[in-house]
Ligand binder design. Sequence first.
Ligand code: T46
Length: 137
Amino acid sequence: MHIDNCKIIELPKIHDNRGNLTFIEQSQHIPFDIKRVYYLYDVPGGSNRGGHAHKELEQLLIAAAGSFDVVLDDGQYRKTVTLNRPWQGLYVCTSIWRELHNFSSGSVCLVLASQIYDELDYFRDYESFVRHRFHNG
Ligand code: T46
């Protein structure tokens, strides 16, 4: 998997004079079945999250409030995506190192995940991740 497989997915946005509503249907808007939902919030200024990769997990990251930057790294190429629109999700495919930086005050990172939590699915060490990429393509 290459960082170019990670992309912004535009989600439906229903606007009326009461505000906006965005919805996500698994077979309609995202390329995996949702097994878990979690969210990051009250992130102190200057703190970073992530700093790992997953063997099998696919995710959709959404800035449900505020903004933050997501650094994606496939072991060869690296790019940074800023999330700041609740109607956009960043699809992160398997085997991508990710780091989350620059959380704005009050931001919420909503995550839809293809698997339940499994610590064995993590590479928490960048060198092991790159070795795995090198050996498995
Ligand atoms: C990712 C970024 C965006 C659980 O018990 N269940 C869970 O579903 C998750 C995600 C975490 N945990 C436990 C594991 C750790 O003891 O919560 C603690 C903090 O987890 P972690 O350090 O992995 O959190 P982040 O914010 O660095 O990373 C998380 C996800 O782990 C990761 O997949 O892409 O958010």
